[in-house]
Design a protein around this ligand. Structure first.
Ligand code: SF4
Length: 253
């Protein structure tokens, strides 16, 4: 899959390095007893940083090991959750300070998530899978009301909705179009899926993955040949592979 897992891992490592530098500086000040007035406060900060660095490094290590081994390290899942989800806003902010494109970090996050979800070999019934699509995949000139019911699509083939309905029909999975985060959440409540294949831009995909944290999501970033939110496209083969992954528990890989 596209994207660079190493961007997110690199950001985690860089953040750990920065915090470690502050930590060492504090350690030096405390050791040299140069400041007596704030001495105990510094020790408090020192202890918090110690815990933070330890958890961050364990989380990063757990992510790297899980990706390398192609299986989640269950004993370290709490640390992994911290590195991937809890600290995600800080990683985005930190990446912004370093001038790294947010979309690249989000894409990296989505790719790591996909690898971890795929490595869990989750197997669910087709009827428990939901393909969740953004409205911008529909051809802008099309007047069919596919957000009300995707089966209103006339299957003219002018956009990828046609092929995606074909995938849903072929495998017997649910499919719907949502015009935003609120309607996407509503669709999840309605269908109650045990696994989701989501197509969206980097921003919607990462926030969606975090929104439905208890449900495994395989996310596919859409393509925007005409700019954002307009006549977008998706690699339908990636969508089909994601559906197959959930149906056969990853045996088709
Ligand atoms: S395939 Fe044709 S009818 Fe269906 S949503 Fe796209 S443009 Fe509209």
């Amino acid at each position: 899959m596209y994207g660079k897992k190493r961007i997110y891992i690199g950001m985690l490592t860089a953040l750990a390095a920065v915090v470690m530098a502050i930590y060492l500086m504090l350690m030096y000040i405390i050791a040299s007893h140069r400041i007596n007035l704030y001495y105990y406060m510094l020790i408090g900060i020192f202890l918090v940083l110690t815990i933070f660095i330890a958890v961050l490094m364990m989380g990063t290590l757990a992510l790297v090991l899980s990706l390398m081994e192609k299986r989640p390290i269950r004993a370290l899942s709490g640390f992994m959750f911290f590195a991937l989800n809890t600290i995600y806003p800080e990683i985005l902010f930190f990446g912004g300070l370093l001038g790294i494109d947010k979309d690249k970090i989000m894409r990296s996050y989505a790719e790591i998530n996909d690898n971890l979800v795929a490595s869990r070999n989750i197997r669910v019934l087709p009827s428990d899978i939901l393909i969740l699509l953004p409205h911008c995949l529909q051809r802008s000139s099309c007047t069919q009301r596919i957000t009300t019911d995707i089966n209103n699509c006339k299957r003219c083939g002018k956009c990828d909705i046609c092929a995606l309905i074909g995938i849903a029909d072929r495998y017997g999975v649910n499919i719907t179009v949502a015009t935003g985060g609120t309607l996407a959440r509503k669709a999840v409540k309605t269908y109650k899926p045990k696994a989701i294949v989501a197509v969206a831009c980097e921003r919607d995909l990462t926030s969606g993955i975090q929104d439905v944290n208890s449900i495994p999501v395989l996310g596919i970033v859409n393509m925007r040949p005409e700019g954002p939110c307009f006549n977008t496209r998706v690699d339908v083969n990636l969508v089909e592979n994601a559906v197959k992954n959930f149906i056969d528990g990853g045996e088709s890989k």
